[in-house]
Design a protein around this ligand. Sequence first.
Ligand SMILES: Cc1cc2nc3c(=O)[nH]c(=O)nc-3n(C[C@H](O)[C@H](O)[C@H](O)COP(=O)(O)O)c2cc1C
Length: 350
Amino acid sequence: MSIAGLAFSLLRGLDPERAHRLAVWALRQGLGPRQVGADDPILATRLWGLEFPNPIGLAAGFDKDAEACRGALRMGFGFVEIGTVTPKPQPGNDRPRVFRLPKDGAVINRYGFNSKGIAAAAERLAARGAGIVGANIGRNRESADALADYAAAACRLAPVSDYLVINVSSPNTPGLRALQDRAQLLQLVSMVRVAATEGSGGETRPLLVKIAPDLTADDKRDIAAVAMESHVDGLIISNTTIERPASLKSRRRAEAGGLSGAPLFAPSTALLAEMYRLTGGAIPLIGAGGVADGAGAYAKIRAGASLVQVYTALALRGPDILPGIKRELAGLLRDGGFDSVTQAVGADHR
Ligand SMILES: Cc1cc2nc3c(=O)[nH]c(=O)nc-3n(C[C@H](O)[C@H](O)[C@H](O)COP(=O)(O)O)c2cc1C
C-alpha cells in the first residue's frame, strides 16, 4: 500500500463528509499521491481537439469548487470535472448528507449542490495550470429562473474550462430533473451555448449534458433527439440513481438522495449502450457509474463511452485504485486486439 493509501485508510474511520473535505484539502495542499511515470500510450485519446493522456476522469461532485483539480491531475486522472457549481454560493442540504454503504460498494448523497459559487470557481480555474478540466454547472435552489442560472454559470466558467456540463440530473435539487424534458432541454442547451460563446469572446467550448439513470423510454428518445438536433458535444451517462435495488444490504440503504457505486454499474452501462444506439454513435459519451476496476472501464468503453469517470470507488477504496484501473484497461484493450481506446468505443454494437 502507498503512503497515500495508508493515509486514506485513516480517513475511512471518519464521518464521510469530513473524510471528503480532508481529501480535498490534502490534494489542494499538494499532499496527494503523484503518478509515477507516464501513462501507457495505448490509453491516450483525442476528443473535441483535446489530448487526454488516459480516458479515466474524476467525476463531478468530488471537487465541487475547483480546489483540488491540480492535485487530482497529478494523481494520474486523465481529466477532472469540477462542480456542480451554482451561480451564487449556497450551503446545500443539512448534514448528515452523505452515507457510505460499505456492504454494497455504494454511497448515498444528498449534498444538494453545496457550492462556493461561480466567482470563486472561476478564479481558481484560471490559476489551475496544465491538464484537462471540465466545469459542471447547475442552478441555485432558490432561483426563480433556472435557465438564467445556467446561462450565467456558462458565461463565467466557459473561458476558464475545457468543456462545460449542463447538469440536469442531480436528484437533490427539486425540479432539476424536469429540465430533461424535451422542450426545456432544447431551450436550455441553446441558451447555454450562446452564453458560453459570449463569455469566451466568441470561442466555442464543448457542451455536454449529464443525464439521470432513471428515465422512461420516452425520456431517452427525447434526450437523444435533442442531443442530435442541438448538436451537443457529448452526454455524460449517468448521474446517481433514486432507485433502491432490493439487493442493498447496508444499514443506510434507505437514506434519501442519489445512490452511486457498484449497484449503479449495470443500469448506467445499459443506459449508456442504449443512448449510443439511439444516437447512432454520433455523439461522444462519457460513462460514469460504478467503475471500480479496468474491466468496468473497458465495459463502458465497449458499450459506447469515449471517456470514463470514477467517484464512489475512489471514495470507498482510496487513490491506489487508479493506477490499477489504468493498467488493467491497457491490458484488456491489447487482449481485445485494439491499438487505442478510440478503436474499442462501441465495440459491443458491431
Ligand atoms: C458524494 C457525491 C457527490 C456528487 N455530486 C455531484 C455533483 O455535484 N454533480 C454531478 O453532476 N454529479 C455528482 N455526483 C455524481 C457523480 O459525478 C457520478 O455521476 C456518480 O456518482 C456515478 O459514478 P460513481 O458510481 O463512480 O460514483 C456525486 C456523487 C457522489 C457520490
